[in-house]
Design a protein around this ligand. Structure first.
Ligand code: F6R
Length: 608
């Protein structure tokens, strides 16, 4: 959460930083700000709301600077307002700081500094940082030393960029638990919390590690690790240019565009990795750990939100196909759980962004357990990809809308490949599933053609305040994901349940004002789901169902039905997922919500 951009170079970098902030807006869009130095002066601009508001006020004044830091905020401490927006500064306005993360002991530091006569204007935790550096500067007369001393006092997580009029030729960066990358350009450096900011300008970059403090000047890039007390030459990497997905084309927003990307997403996930005739799967990212994979007897999947629901589908797939027991644990729970884990276990982290703080913490927890750590990640080179021993990239391209759509479809597809890869020997079902994965893009196109029907249904269902989503087996995680999608973008209360749980409580909710979205596609549990639907109908509950084409019985039973093409049970989530995404999308659209940027959320949850 929160996006950071910095620039030091020979040119005027103001627009470069503003454009970078726009690129990072998916991380937070409550407010934005920049600070810059035009030796000997400094200036700061802040604005509430999206980066375009900030851009407008800055560009009117046409400022010039070659040392700039910028920030787009997702509020943690204090409401979105100009004073709470970053950059924060000391009272003399000689030190400016942008911060992503949370300073857990900020109140203690603030009290200490107030006792020393310091004055605070914001409600944020971040504001303690420039004052603390100022305090140490009064003792040391050295900015780098003061930053080191200040970092030593901070408890929590941070990605920091700091500029000071006292060192007008230097940009400082520090990382603990939140990513930062430094891009090396011909005439300077562009820095930020995401490599996409850098990729616009250069493919040469270095990533900071935890406890790194970087001092960047035009003549030198120096990185010190404050834990190891090392000052190693920076490891320069060549960034891979992923498909950025920035082009909206004729779509009104990214969510709809990304739902329409899903046929391509599946192709990208399977291309070069499957041989349907033989039932084989080749995942190059796992080659280095083939031996270890042969001995695993337990898999623990850790993830958050939509990625967690993809993990639940993975549980059904891996247990059925590879016969290995799987547990799927919310990363936020796993990291504090005290359970026994033997060396023969394997932890798989699933993350679109690869930067989710809880998922990273879950991996860090098992770092010393000697277990194999794998990643299923979309963002190339992200923290999860770097932390794991091996893994499989989704290659879904950048996902810009906050609500995850194509990444979910891709994660489920990759988990299918992983399950088949872990299967001892390929058989008929392996061949059938792989052929069906090849057929899925065309079938998804058929589902996308249902858009008008789904749009009409959204008009009819938009005024309900509550929704239940139900399903059994593979359709159970789909129900959970459908409910999440609806609540996060339309703000309608929605819950997902295993259909078999209805009689254990949720049925009490049902009346004519409480609709159910039933996932009732063909499979061995269909008749059981139909019984649950009967019970809901008997109590006057409206039911909208997604079913497999040809199921006439359901049409008679429910109020509305969306038919999807025939597929295997193991590949049904991709088709159902697109229906659920389109339904949530059109519900939010009917209710005039900001679909790509739902309130209170951000794309990359980089704080706990
Ligand atoms: C919901 C959504 C979130 C993310 C979750 C994990 O649509 O996007 O629930 O799935 O924040 O994010 P990643 O996959 O980046 O770790």
């Amino acid at each position: 959460m929160c996006g950071i951009v910095g620039y030091i170079g020979k040119d005027n970098g103001i627009n470069l930083v503003l454009d970078g902030l726009e690129e990072l807006e998916y991380r937070g869009y409550d407010s934005a700000g920049i600070a810059f130095i035009n030796d000997p002066k400094s200036n700061v601009y802040k604005e509430v709301g999206e980066v375009k508001n900030l851009k407008k006020i800055v560009q009117k004044d046409k400022p010039n600077s070659n040392l700039i830091i910028g920030h787009t905020r997702w509020a943690t401490h204090g409401k979105p307002s100009i004073v709470n927006a970053h950059p924060h500064f000391n009272s003399d306005r000689t030190i400016y700081v942008v911060h992503n993360g949370i300073i857990e002991n900020y109140q203690e530091i603030k009290n200490r500094l107030i006792d020393q006569g310091y004055n605070f204007i914001s409600e944020t935790d971040s504001e303690v940082i420039p004052h603390l550096i100022d305090y140490y500067y009064s003792k040391t007369n050295n900015i780098l030393e003061s930053i080191k001393l200040a970092l030593n006092d901070l408890v929590g997580t941070y990605a920091l960029e700091i500029i000071s009029t006292l060192t007008p030729q230097k940009l400082y960066l520090a990382r603990l638990g939140s990513p930062l990358v430094i891009g090396i350009m011909k005439n300077g450096y562009i820095t930020g919390s995401d490599k996409n900011v850098v990729l616009e300008h250069t493919s040469k970059a270095t990533f900071l590690n935890d406890y790194d403090l970087a001092e960047v000047s035009l003549s030198k890039l120096k990185i010190i690790n404050l834990k190891d007390k090392d000052s190693n030459p920076p490891k320069i990497e060549l960034l891979e240019n992923e498909k950025t997905g920035n082009d909206l084309g004729n779509f009104p927003d990214y969510m709809l565009k990304e739902i329409h990307d899903t046929p391509e997403t599946i192709k990208l996930a399977v291309t070069g990795r499957i041989n349907p005739k033989q039932g084989n799967v080749k995942l190059g990212g796992l080659d280095s750990v083939i031996k270890e994979l042969e001995h695993i007897d337990r898999i623990i999947i850790v993830a958050c939100g939509t990625s967690y629901y993809a993990g639940l589908v993975g549980e059904y797939l891996i247990e059925e196909l590879a016969n290995i027991p799987v547990e799927v644990v919310l990363a936020s729970e796993f990291k504090y759980k005290k359970e026994p884990i033997s060396r023969s276990a394997c932890v798989i982290a699933i993350s679109q962004s690869g930067e989710t703080a809880d998922t990273i913490a879950a991996l860090n927890k098992v770092k010393d357990y000697g277990v194999l750590e794998l990643g299923i990640v979309n963002s190339i080179g992200s923290s999860v990809a770097r932390l794991t021993d091996a893994g499989v990239y989704c290659h879904a391209g950048t996902e810009k809308s906050v609500a995850s759509t194509k990444a979910f479809i891709s994660q489920v597809t990759i988990l299918t490949l992983v399950a088949l890869r872990l299967k001892k020997s390929p058989d008929k079902i392996s061949r059938k599933i792989l052929s069906e994965l090849q057929a899925l893009p065309q079938k998804i196109k058929t589902v996308l053609n249902l858009e008008n029907q789904i749009k009409e249904l959204a008009k009819r269902y938009k005024d309900y305040s509550n929704f239940l989503y139900i399903g059994r087996g593979y359709n159970y995680p789909a129900a959970l994901e459908g409910a999440l999608k609806l609540k996060e973008i339309s703000y309608i209360h929605a819950e997902g349940f295993a259909a078999g749980e209805m009689k254990h409580g949720p049925l009490a909710l049902i009346d004519s004002k409480f609709p159910t979205f039933a996932i009732a596609t063909d499979g061995p549990l269909l008749e059981k789901t139909i019984s649950n639907i009967e019970e809901i109908k008997a109590r006057g509950g409206p039911v909208l169902a997604v079913a497999t084409i040809g199921n006439k019985k359901l049409k008679k039973l429910v109020d509305d039905v969306i038919y999807i093409p025939k597929t295997l049970e193991q590949t049904s989530t991709q088709l159902i997922g697109v229906v659920l995404q389109l339904f949530a999308y059109y519900m939010a659209h009917e209710l005039s919500k900001n679909i790509d940027k739902p309130r209170n959320l951000a794309k990359s949850v980089t704080v706990e």
